[in-house]
Design a protein around this ligand. Structure first.
Ligand code: HXC
Ligand code: NAP
Length: 266
């Protein structure tokens, strides 16, 4: 793991991370914990969270609580936040990483398929921001990071659902930054490009597509979970105190070259 910041830069901070039991957001959780933060991780599957907590505690020596919730259901989000507050007394950092995606042409996508991804990514992000504001951030400020994507910067075939959902996530990031900045809440996003060894890319770039796609990225390779975690850590530190309402693209230049999913259309 790369270490640029002091080991204790997040000492005394508590992070609440949706989707923290797997993939990119587990990597972000590990990075924050390795720099002194305590963590509450959430997703729908308690057994996944329990395994992730054990691994994260073992690797970092910090504290981690796993609480199952569905970001589509505000009551379960509020309960997860309350469990985190009961255990650690405070929540300073909120990271919205819970998401769903799959490849499907718009003509074959069902109404419920579109709605499901919008509900997880967009409504889920709003629900967690709103509940965290009401329960803790509104009183004492903090930092929110919404995990986005670059799908909607141009157009990404087969992902109308995720493209629309992440566009909404970016709108939430900008609006909350304007409304909540004076309350001491810094709101930003991260838009990863293709990241190796993730559920996302195993679904979206199956077989040898990932290898081909990686070669088309301007830096010559896909990103790593650890690299997205570094961006998240930076955004949580005072080094990013002036960065607000911005979604940081971390993709090795992929979206500008617009190489990724076009190749899948043949
Ligand atoms: C077409 C599909 C589908 C598929 C599901 N649906 N999978 N349609 N192609 N492959 C449809 C279903 O038929 C159903 O519609 C509706 O979506 C809801 O499906 P459920 O299985 O009932 O939903 P749910 O159990 O809530 O699961 C949500 C999910 C699932 C998104 C479908 O895959 C999931 O839980 N994913 C979480 C993990 C994940 O996807 N991680 C990757 C994130 S990567 P009908 O009409 O039949 O009822 C990512 C990357 C972004 O976000 C950018 C990358 C560059
Ligand atoms: P991942 O491991 O599948 O992460 C998604 C997480 O969301 C899982 O932990 C899942 O856990 C949780 N989740 C799904 N639905 C939920 C719900 N309704 N309520 C609560 N939690 C829910 O995928 P990933 O590839 O690492 O992606 C992580 C984030 O990065 C996502 O926001 C994704 O859009 C973004 N991203 C990824 C890539 C990439 O290359 N992988 C690129 C751009 C953006 P449960 O199943 O246990 O609920």
């Amino acid at each position: 793991m790369t270490k640029v910041f002091q080991d204790d830069v997040l000492s005394g901070k508590v992070a609440f991370i949706t989707g923290g039991g797997s993939g990119i957001c587990k990597g972000i959780t590990e990075k924050l914990m390795a720099h002194g933060a305590k963590a509450v991780i959430t997703s729908r599957k308690q057994e996944r969270l329990d395994a992730a907590c054990a691994e994260l505690i073992e690797k970092t020596g910090s504290e981690c609580l796993g609480v199952a919730c569905d970001v589509r259901d505000p009551a379960t989000v509020e309960a997860a936040l309350s469990a985190g507050l009961d255990r650690f007394g405070n929540i300073d950092i909120v990271i919205n990483g819970a998401a769903g995606n799959f490849l499907c042409p718009a003509a074959q996508l069902s109404y419920n398929g579109f709605r499901t991804v919008m509900e997880i990514d967009s409504l889920g992000t709003y629900n967690v921001c709103k509940a965290a504001f009401d329960k803790c951030l509104g009183e004492h400020g903090g930092t929110i990071i919404n995990i986005s994507a670059t799908l909607h910067y141009a157009a990404t075939p087969l992902q109308i659902h995720a493209s629309a959902a992440k566009a909404a996530v970016d709108a939430i990031t900008r609006t909350l930054a304007v409304e909540w900045g004076r309350l001491g809440i810094r709101v930003n996003g991260i838009a990863p490009g293709p990241i190796e060894n993730t559920e996302g890319m195993s679904k979206l770039a199956p077989g040898d597509v990932m290898e081909k796609l990686s070669k088309l990225v301007p830096i010559g390779r896909a990103g790593r979970i650890d690299e997205i975690a570094d961006v998240a850590l930076f955004l949580c530190t005072p080094a990013a105190s002036l960065i607000h309402g911005h979604t940081v693209v971390a993709d090795g230049g992929e979206w500008m070259a617009h190489s990724s999913f076009a190749m899948m259309m043949g």
